[in-house]
Design a protein around this ligand. Structure first.
Ligand code: ADP
Length: 237
C-alpha cells in the first residue's frame, strides 16, 4: 500500500515538554485521516514534522516518499491553526502573492469562484468573517495543486453554516483523490469526514482504525483519552 506519510517512533521535545513521545503512524494515499485528541496531545507537532516545519529529535518520518524539507512545499498544502495575513491585504492580492511563490499553480480566479470568494475579492483580510478566512486559507493551501493537504482545526470557531460548508469542501477534496490529514478535537467532525481516525494523547497514538470500526467514536475517544488509561494500541498502521 502506498503511504503518504510514514512516521516511526517520533520524539519531539520543547525544553522539558515532550510533545511527541515515540509516535508511530501511517497515512495512506487518497484517504482522509483524522488526528483526534485533546489540546496539547501533539497533533500539530506531528503535522509540522510531517511537512518539514519542525525537525523531530528522534525517530523517522517520510512524507510522499521524501525526507520532509523544502522540496516538499510544492507537493503539500498546509492550513495551519494560527495562520494569519496582514489585515490590509485583499483576498485577490493574497492569492496573487502566493501564486508568485510557486512555479506552477491553479488559476487563482477559478479558485476564488470554487471557494465562494469572488464576492470578497476586493475585501481586506481584516474585514473577512471567520468562514471567509478559512476558505481563503484553504484556497491558498490548494493553490499549487498539492497531493497532500493538512488541515489543522479547520472549523474551530466557525458558525454551524460555515462549518457545514467546510465539511463539504473536505469531501470534495477527497473525491478528487487528494490525501487529507484533518487535525481536530471535534469527535463529530472526525466521524463525519474521516476514513480512518488516529486517537492521540500525550504524544502517542493510542488507537488508529477505520472510523466505523470504533463502534461509536465518541465512546471510544473517551475510553482512550478521558480515563487517561494506558490502553493497548490497536494498530498504528
Ligand atoms: P495539539 O496540536 O494536540 O494541541 P501541540 O503539538 O500543539 O498539541 O502541543 C504539544 C505539546 O507541546 C503541548 O504541551 C504544547 O504546550 C507544547 N508545545 C507546542 N509547541 C510548542 C513550542 N513552540 N514551544 C514550547 N512548547 C510547545
Amino acid at each position: 500500500m502506498e503511504l503518504a506519510i510514514e512516521a516511526t517512533d517520533l520524539v519531539k521535545r520543547y525544553g522539558a515538554t515532550v510533545a511527541l513521545d515515540g509516535l508511530t503512524l501511517s497515512v495512506r494515499r487518497g484517504e482522509v485521516l483524522g488526528l483526534l485528541g485533546p489540546n496539547g496531545a501533539g497533533k500539530s507537532t506531528f503535522v509540522e514534522c510531517a511537512v518539514g516545519l519542525r525537525t523531530p529529535d528522534a525517530g523517522t518520518i517520510r512524507t510522499l516518499g521524501m525526507q520532509p524539507g523544502r522540496e516538499l512545499c510544492t507537493r503539500v498544502g498546509v492550513q495551519l491553526q494560527h495562520a494569519t495575513l496582514p489585515d490590509r491585504l485583499r483576498v485577490g492580492e493574497a492569492l496573487e502573492l502566493f501564486a508568485a511563490l510557486y512555479p506552477r499553480t491553479a488559476d487563482p480566479r477559478a479558485l476564488l469562484a470554487r471557494w465562494g470568494l469572488e464576492r470578497v475579492r476586493e475585501q481586506p483580510f481584516g474585514k473577512l468573517s471567520g468562514g471567509e478566512r478559512q476558505r481563503l486559507f484553504l484556497a491558498l493551501a490548494l493553490l499549487h495543486e498539492p497531493e497532500l493537504v493538512v488541515l489543522d482545526e479547520l472549523t474551530t470557531g466557525l458558525d454551524p453554516e460555515a462549518r457545514r460548508s467546510a465539511w463539504a469542501l473536505v469531501r470534495a477534496l477527497r473525491s478528487e483523490g487528494l490525501t487529507v490529514v484533518l487535525v481536530t478535537h471535534d469527535v463529530a467532525e472526525a466521524e463525519a469526514l474521516c476514513d480512518r481516525v488516529a486517537i492521540i494523547n500525550r504524544g502517542q497514538v493510542l488507537a488508529c482504525a477505520p472510523t466505523d470500526e470504533f463502534g461509536g467514536l465518541e465512546t471510544a475517544y473517551f475510553s482512550f483519552v478521558g480515563e487517561g488509561e494506558a490502553w493497548p494500541v490497536l494498530s498504528a498502521r
